[in-house]
Design a protein around this ligand. Structure first.
Ligand code: GDP
Length: 297
């Protein structure tokens, strides 16, 4: 798994290393190293605000005569601490545990839920999917295809039906069938419909009315390959109350992996998983130290 994450982060790491490797044996003074490091962090989409905080912290953590190696070790430790915003993985709740995915269209909600469903299924947990994006027929179809592939039930509504009614049906199904997990996909047409937030709140309300404590997890799904744009989208979805964590998708093939740091730093929400590809196996539980390590070595 870790080797896998390291592979998938290779573009970010390469971009980073290209800028830093020249420094390794240069014997440059600390301030010059920190300057170049700040630039490398910003280019990897860590963002200006987070990069400044990191450099400040490194100045405090290292001695004035520190060379590159000492600074790099301090950087790894700082990133690991900065990325640690709570526990990885999902909260275990009494069944049925309801996990709702929110986020802008194309970010990877449906795929991420399929990945989670596969994980739960393989653990022997009874799992169902709900297609509460009745706005896009394609979204429903896509979830139905995943359900078929995984051999799992998918609760759908008629096109244009109230998404909350799908949530209601799904909750009934989950209780009747004693599901361990119900995974709820939602709409993400953020730029065209301001009612989306109301719709999401309604889905939440219905789920909570039918299943105590539901939704137990509300995961914000963000596309890492959009870099700083992911942060802008995240701010929009922070309007959804009760977010419990983030899944950062498409970390494979992007050189913008530093966005992980910006997101953890600004949003203060735990990153629970990262998506590293398009198959249902490409989901890695996020561990700050392993991630910080994979960025450099
Ligand atoms: P949704 O509109 O938010 O439900 O997004 P989808 O789940 O439909 O994903 C949009 C596209 O991104 C699809 O082509 C997925 O295969 C792709 N995708 C999702 N997650 C990942 C990932 O972790 N890595 C890569 N490379 N592609 C992904």
């Amino acid at each position: 798994m870790l080797g896998n994450l390291r592979d998938k982060l290779s573009k970010t790491r390469l971009a980073f290393r290209q800028r830093l490797d020249g420094l390794v044996k240069s014997g440059k003074p600390r301030e010059e190293i920190l300057d170049e490091l700040a630039e490398a962090l910003i280019l990897a989409d860590v963002g200006v605000a987070a990069a400044e905080k990191i450099i400040e912290a490194l100045r405090a953590r290292t001695t004035k005569t520190a060379g590159f190696d000492e600074i790099q070790e301090a950087l790894k430790a700082d990133l690991a601490a900065r990325l640690n915003r709570g526990t990885a993985g999902l909260r275990l709740s009494p069944a049925p545990a309801v996990v709702m995915a929110v986020g802008v269209n194309g970010g990877g909600k449906t795929t991420t839920l399929a990945k989670l469903a596969r994980r739960f299924r393989d653990e022997g947990r009874k799992t169902g999917l709900a297609a509460a994006d009745t706005f896009r027929a394609a979204a429903q179809e896509q979830l139905a295809i995943w359900g078929e592939r995984l051999g799992l039930p998918v609760i759908q509504g008629r096109p244009g039906a109230d998404p909350a009614s799908v949530a209601f049906d799904a909750a009934q199904y989950a209780k009747a069938q004693s599901l361990d997990f119900l995974l709820v996909d939602t709409a993400g047409r953020i730029h065209t419909n301001t009612n989306l937030m109301l719709e999401l709140e309604k889905i939440k309300r219905i789920l909570g009315r039918e299943i105590p404590g539901a939704p137990h997890e509300i995961l914000l799904i963000l596309d890492a390959s959009t870099g700083q744009n992911a942060l802008i989208q995240a701010r929009e979805f922070l309007k959804v109350s009760g977010l419990t964590g983030i899944v950062l998708t498409k970390l494979d093939g992007t050189a913008k992996g530093g966005i992980v740091v910006a997101i953890a730093d600004e949003l203060g929400l735990p990153i629970k998983f990262v998506g590293t590809g398009e198959t249902d196996e490409d989901l890695v539980e996020f561990t700050p130290a392993a991630f910080a390590d994979a960025l450099f070595t």
